[in-house]
Design a protein around this ligand. Structure first.
Ligand code: FES
Length: 107
């Protein structure tokens, strides 16, 4: 397993429609589950430095609770102002029931 691939927990611990926040090497990530699919994005709004984990999910979108921008978990793209830059997305896979986050590459 590459150094950039980190076991961040059991897939079964995240219910559909929920997310967890994890910290790896000083950087914060959100691991979200939408139905049976998992997404990983940086836990930081692109508008200002503010944790997206304070927000909420609706389908494959996460809302920043500070100024209300929604971001796609799939692409990282903001869906409405005030944010106008994407957030970083990362590959996360499930192997043997474990969530493996690849911090080196976009999803
Ligand atoms: S800090 Fe997230 S929309 Fe402003």
């Amino acid at each position: 397993m590459a150094d950039s691939v980190i076991d961040v927990g059991a897939a079964g611990d995240i219910e559909p429609g929920k997310f967890i926040a994890v910290k790896v090497a000083g950087r914060s990530y959100i691991i979200a589950r939408v139905d049976e699919r998992f997404y990983a994005v940086e836990d930081n709004c692109s508008h200002e430095d503010y944790p997206l984990s304070y927000g909420c999910l609706d389908g494959a979108y996460i809302k920043c609770s500070l100024h209300g921008s929604w971001f796609s978990l799939e692409t990282g793209e903001p869906q409405e102002p005030p944010a106008d830059e994407p957030i970083a997305t990362f590959r996360v896979t499930v192997q043997g029931g474990r969530l493996l986050l690849d911090t080196s590459r976009p999803a």
